[in-house]
Design a protein around this ligand. Structure first.
Ligand code: GLC
Length: 428
């Protein structure tokens, strides 16, 4: 069982490889996606480190001159996807991209891949990427802390990578949709509509996209003009973790001058995370920077605190209580949203389902902090989900049904990099 799943995961990565870059899955997502590619690189690194570096190098070919790494790279037009390059209207060369970013996990993978085999050749590959990572992290620091509180603001739910999280409902409800262009969705031609965002959400996604396009994707004006501006604990914590890894890389690779700047980013993000502590919920939640309203419930982001290197017991004790409460409610950890919350839907995208890449980051943080019991619960549940339902895009935390796209690259990659190597899995 373990060996055949490993082979299947390997074959998914090879099958979704379009020549130096990998699509998340054919049909539904036919382009290169930002954070997908990073997890994919970790998967490739288990059997072809050169190909793993290539995945990251091709991702950074999409980097804008201001440092932003977009969430989608449109290398060749695919009419089966909406919204494509003609809707975004960005001006990147030699190929178009989307107009905002996604969770900045790249530095984490670069450090992992270098430390896996710190040869001269791998040091060269890491050194080639280092200035690009600096520019990317500087872009977040320069443009995405408009509140000055140190947290990371996103201008679109898609930027979070957690597209229809219940926490976006309140900020989305303030978005005016009266002037959106007519459009036709393509996602629901690939996947059942019950597993995808609703039309009312999609209208708002389009309105926000149009607000960025209207200001030519100028990074300052995008933030000023976006009807949606929300501080995201997941991105804030991921960037904090990524900066810690970038600092370690700077030390290992001899980038002495950059260290002070990175240390400044770390201090600021530590403050920023603190500004997202929600007393009522007793967890880190989102915060609408336009209305000041905090997110209403516990999302899987709350469990990323250890991954971000946060060790304050005032935070970790309530986090463990939430973990144990939720673990008693679902069969498979970690649901993307609290099952005790009225907005929870076990099969709809980011309103409940389990995502393997988020589990990977949560479990890694827990393990690093010595919480092997909870880390192992998350790993074993992920193993059982894949054994039961294959390499789906996401899974029901209640009954383990696979949902969304199939033969999914990042689920396969995480299987290779984390879930499979050491332990047995439940029979299907
Ligand atoms: C969805 C997910 C996003 C992911 C993309 C490609 O939009 O919400 O996180 O990057 O699919 O897999």
């Amino acid at each position: 069982m373990g060996a055949s799943l490993k082979r299947a995961a390997h074959d998914i990565l090879i099958g979704n490889d379009l020549g130096g870059y990998t699509v998340p899955t054919k049909g539904l997502y036919p382009y290169q996606w930002n954070w997908d590619s990073v997890f994919v690189a970790l998967g490739f690194a288990t059997f072809d480190l050169d190909r793993a570096w290539r995945e990251l190098e091709t991702l950074f070919e999409g980097q804008w001159t201001d440092g932003m790494v977009p969430h989608i790279l449109f290398r060749k037009n695919d009419p089966g996807y909406f919204p494509g390059p003609s809707v975004w209207q960005t001006s990147h060369e030699p190929f178009p991209t989307s107009g905002h970013s996604q969770p900045p996990v790249a530095a984490i993978a670069v450090r992992d891949m270098f430390e896996k085999a710190p040869t001269d050749e791998n040091a060269e590959r890491a050194k080639g990427l280092f200035p690009k990572l600096m520019a990317f992290h500087r872009w977040w620091a320069t443009y995405r802390d408009p509140s000055g509180e140190g947290s990371v603001a996103i201008i679109h739910p898609w930027e979070s990578g957690r597209d229809n999280l219940p926490d976006w409902d309140e900020p989305l409800s303030l978005v005016d949709v009266s002037r959106i262009d007519a459009y036709e969705r393509k996602d629901t031609t690939h996947v059942d509509a019950s597993m995808r965002p609703l039309k009312q959400d999609y209208d708002r996604y389009m309105a926000i996209l149009q607000s960025g396009r209207a200001v030519g994707w100028d990074p300052h004006k995008v933030v000023e003009n976006s009807p949606f501006l929300v501080a995201d604990p997941a991105i804030t914590m991921i960037l904090l973790r990524a900066n810690r890894d970038l600092l370690a890389l700077a030390e290992r690779l001899g980038f002495q001058r950059e260290r002070v700047e990175i240390q400044g980013w770390i201090a600021r993000l530590e403050r920023g995370v603190a500004s997202l502590w929600n007393e009522t919920v007793q967890a880190y939640t989102t915060k609408n920077l336009r209305s000041g309203v905090f997110g209403a419930g516990v999302s899987s982001a709350a469990f990323l605190a250890p991954f971000a290197g946060i060790s304050d017991p005032k935070v970790l004790d309530p986090m463990r209580n939430h973990f144990d409460r939720i673990a008693g409610k679902v069969t498979y950890m970690v649901p993307s949203y609290d099952p005790d919350y009225e907005g929870f839907e076990h099969m709809r995208y980011w309103r409940g389902p389990v995502w393997a890449v988020v589990n990977y980051m949560i479990a890694r943080g827990l393990r690093e902090q010595g919480d092997t019991l909870r880390a192992e619960r998350v790993r074993q549940d992920t193993a059982n989900l894949v054994a039961k339902s294959g390499f789906a895009e996401y899974f029901s935390p209640i009954d383990g049904t696979g949902a969304g796209g199939r033969s999914f690259s990042w689920t396969a990659a995480v299987w290779l990099a984390w879930v499979s190597p050491t332990h047995a899995v439940e029979a299907a």
